[in-house]
Ligand binder design. Structure first.
Ligand code: BGC
Length: 417
């Protein structure tokens, strides 16, 4: 039976705004202003038809304002030790989390030492449990002062970002793996093209501007961290989709090549000489037949996303041309009843093994997510955690798929006798 290479990282991911609770940033402002409207539109929104019974009965309900306010979230800020204990029991040897910029630099140029200490503690608690930290510096939320001066639209933001990165890297010398920015293409399109996320703009020029500034921000942060810690391994978390040209018609092939170039490769090509690894976030398969999204949709998540584990192998094979190690920094599904997760993880791991067999240098798999969390404009109802969170009591309940994942980790890393 094929095995994962020695030293392969298995674990799960989270992000600060989605699990910590108690944040004050551009998103918390936006949530307060938009929660009522989001709750009203969920009542007959497009997702409703995918909800299993458990989602309709969940608390807070998707039709309540409370669902759209991150508030205390999963209270991971106070419970991280308990959560890391669970992760360790589940056989994880790595964990990805993000640092909340708005905590570290609540006002321009003012750095909060007690928050820096908090993340030092997070890192040392992971290390104490034998888990390798993968640290993200920016997972979509901005300090309010920065959002007010234009956020990533402003030419000064790359500089602010590298100053923040430098500060954090200096405080956490024992961190090897750094992820500067999370999914720049997803965030910029939802925030500057489709008007879904703050600052809800629809302007292609601004969209391109923020992407260019994100490239600059990454490159400056890369240089700043390397200066402090030359052996740091630095990359981004890149959201790549498997676009498949169905029936191989010339038109489908043109659409596929354009989507591959723009969505999957453009950002990576701009930072080729400033990344030590590729962090891959993978969720989507998009079958093109005359147009995008002509999927068969045989199995769906609670959000209506097609579950198609084979897609990850194609995405991984495409990354081979970059000749860099790949860490899968996110991959998962909203599955409140835990119906598909075990199957999904097992099939995904087999596909990764097959990509490794075909020569892709994959070195880790971090499932999204360790915990149920706040899924941005959808709020709390999508349940991505291998650990379930009861938002009334904040108690944790390990889902069966989490145990199954542990058994798979064991099975695939068994020492040959
Ligand atoms: C994001 C996460 C999000 C997940 C599921 C990724 O695009 O990085 O923050 O929760 O997808 O939608």
């Amino acid at each position: 039976m094929p095995q994962f290479p020695r030293g392969f990282y298995f674990g799960a991911s989270t992000s600060s705004h989605q699990v910590e609770g108690g944040n004050e940033n551009d998103w918390t402002d936006w949530e307060r202003k938009n929660a009522d409207q989001l709750a009203r539109s969920a009542a007959d929104g497009p997702f409703r038809r995918f909800w299993p019974k458990k989602v309709s009965e969940t608390k807070p309900s998707p039709t309540e304002r409370e669902n759209y306010i991150s508030g205390r979230a999963s209270d991971h800020y106070h419970r991280f030790k308990e959560d890391f204990d669970l992760a360790k029991k589940l056989g994880h040897n790595a964990h990805r989390f993000s640092i909340e910029w708005s905590r570290i630099e609540p006002e321009e140029g003012v750095f909060a030492e007690h928050e820096i200490r908090h993340y030092r503690e997070v890192v040392s608690e992971l290390r104490a449990r034998g888990m390798e930290p993968f640290v993200t510096l920016w997972h979509w939320t901005l300090p309010v002062w920065l959002a007010e001066t234009g956020g990533w639209e402003s030419p000064r933001t790359p500089e602010y970002f590298s100053r923040y990165a430098e500060r954090v890297a200096r405080a956490l010398p024992e961190v090897t793996f750094w992820i500067t920015v999370n999914e720049p293409e997803v965030w910029s399109s939802a925030s500057y093209l489709t008007k879904r996320w703050p600052p809800q703009k629809q302007n292609p020029l601004r969209y391109l501007r923020v992407l260019v500034n994100l490239v600059r921000g990454h490159r400056r942060a890369y240089a700043a961290i390397k200066k402090i810690n030359p052996s740091a391994q630095i990359g981004i978390a890149k959201h790549n989709i498997y676009f498949e040209a169905h029936e191989n018609s010339w038109w489908n092939t043109v659409l596929k090549s354009s989507a591959d170039w723009w969505w999957n490769r453009w950002f990576l090509n701009r930072i080729k000489d400033a990344q030590d690894f590729i962090g891959l976030n993978h969720y989507f398969y998009n079958r093109i037949s005359g147009w995008f999204g002509k999927n068969e949709n045989k199995k769906l998540s609670d959000m209506g996303w097609e579950l198609f584990p084979e897609a990850i192998r194609h995405v991984l094979l495409d990354l081979k041309t970059y000749n860099k190690p790949v860490y899968i920094t996110e991959n998962g599904l909203a599955d409140s009843e835990d119906k598909h997760r075990t199957w999904f993880i097992e099939e995904t791991l087999k596909e990764i093994l097959s990509a490794i067999g075909a020569g892709v240098d994959v070195r880790g798999y971090l499932h999204w997510s360790l915990l149920d969390n706040f899924e941005w404009d959808k709020g709390f109802w999508p349940r991505f955690g291998i650990i379930e969170v009861d938002y009334q009591t904040l108690s944790r309940n390990t889902r069966e798929s989490a145990e199954a994942y542990r058994n798979l980790i064991e099975k695939y890393t068994r020492k040959e006798s």
